[in-house]
Ligand binder design. Structure first.
Ligand code: GLY
Length: 422
């Protein structure tokens, strides 16, 4: 079977790496892919937003399954297009993908179906938003309504910070159209977890829990990024809490989408806050998380191709997945300056190291020139390591990180700190 993976980040590299392990898969292409993924997937020079070209490629190359990594093509309707052309593709339709494409839509769905989430207000003009911010309690969370690559979220502890966030989104238009509408949300106290599940619209396959580290700096300081590292499992989350997350968040959401008349097929990734009152939804994502996927794929025991294929056919109940009981830690190596401006083109050393079977390095912003690797993006590499427990996995991940170097490299040194607290 031939597979096409759309995207070029470390998430897509991890998905292609896992798909490559399936005995059903004979060939994987990645569009646009990257030099770093080339060992597992042949790069194809088509961008993720060139939907018609992707259709033509899938047709010409008799692709059996297309897997979409990032959210933008899903929100823009790539699944609907492929389906109209009778091509097999994994992911939600554009209507279902509004769960991520519009945070205001997601809040409406939650409120219509009794799914627990924080209070919020929606504004499409700066003046009333600023008026509200002059009289509200702090902290508040300000979010761009549309897609902003994980960067359109501001945790504002003062009125001044909140006004700056509104100006950035609505006046400077840093997020373009995505910031035309803003949500001002209650700040929820607790621990955030990344809940992933796959659904064929009826059956649900929960994936292992992970925890991301969104702020750029150690101790959760600095600006929010797409994610600086993950780990799994989460020792601090009990089996009962996990069961509640599945029942009250995942199952409820899949049912809600059915009742909305938009059955949800694909990966549902819910950012949840574990509050004293129980889990509350922070946001929906309609694809695999990055860097959550890197950790999840490291622990997944089972055939990802069979899972995705069965999802398309509505037969998710026919496949089984197990989880490596060991822990995994993923550390993101990024370019200094990220999530704002950064320079590219620094030589990366150490990638030819033999890290051993329990370490994987997934590429995101890298480029190979004349046999040497160079930085080519904000998030550059994801270094993942399995270990007997969280402490061991973390030690192994950072030992591997120590062997890699590029100028202005930044990374968090505390991935997994919450899991180690107990
Ligand atoms: N790591 C967060 C995300 O993928 O949105």
């Amino acid at each position: 079977m031939k597979v096409l993976v759309i995207g070029s980040g470390a998430r897509e590299h991890a998905l292609a790496w896992k798909l490559r392990q399936s005995p059903h898969v004979t060939k994987i292409y990645a569009a646009p892919g990257s030099h770093g993924m080339a060992r597992v997937a042949e790069p194809v020079n088509i961008k993720a937003d060139a939907h018609n070209d992707l259709v033509a490629f899938a047709r010409e190359n008799k692709i059996d399954l297309t897997v979409v990594g990032p959210e933008d093509p899903l929100v823009a309707g790539i699944v609907d297009l492929f389906q109209r052309k009778h091509l097999r593709i994994y992911g939600p339709t554009a209507k279902a993908a509004r769960l991520e494409g519009s945070k205001a839509f997601a809040k409406d769905v939650m409120s219509r179906h009794g799914i627990q989430t924080g209070g919020h207000k929606v504004y499409d003009k700066a003046a009333p938003a600023l008026e509200y911010l002059a009289n509200c309690d702090y902290p508040v969370v300000i979010k761009a309504d549309g897609l902003a690559a994980g960067k359109g979220v501001f945790i504002c502890r003062t009125q001044e910070e909140a006004e700056a966030a509104v100006a950035e989104a609505m006046v400077e238009k840093r997020f373009g159209d995505a910031g035309r509408k803003l949500l001002i949300e209650d700040f929820l106290q607790g621990e955030e977890v990344s809940v992933h599940a796959i659904s064929d619209g009826h059956n649900i396959l929960p994936l292992c829990l992970a925890q991301d580290h969104k702020p750029v700096g150690d101790g959760d300081t600095g600006e929010n990024t797409g994610g600086m590292g993950t780990y799994s499992p989460l020792p601090q989350i009990t089996d009962t809490q996990n069961a509640v997350l599945e029942r009250d968040v995942v199952v409820q959401t899949i049912h809600a989408m059915n009742r909305e008349g938009e059955p949800y097929k694909g990966t549902l990734f819910v950012g949840c806050m574990m509050t004293k009152q129980g889990p509350k939804v922070l946001e929906y994502n309609v694809r695999f998380g990055d860097p959550e996927t890197q950790s999840i794929m490291m622990r997944m025991k089972g055939d990802l191709f069979e899972v995705l294929n069965a999802t398309i056919d509505g037969k998710l109940d026919t496949v089984e997945v197990d989880w490596d009981p060991r822990s995994v830690v993923t550390v993101v190596l990024a370019s200094g300056g990220y999530p704002r401006d950064y320079e590219k083109g620094y030589k990366i050393k150490g990638l030819d190291t033999d890290f051993g079977p329990d370490v994987q390095v997934f590429h995101a912003g890298t480029k190979k020139v004349d046999g040497d690797w160079y930085t080519n993006g904000g998030r550059v590499l994801s270094v993942c390591a399995l270990g007997s427990d969280l402490k061991d996995a973390r030690a192994r991940a950072y030992a591997a990180v120590d062997k890699i170097h590029f100028d202005k490299m930044i990374y968090r040194k505390d991935i997994g700190f919450r899991g180690l607290k107990g």
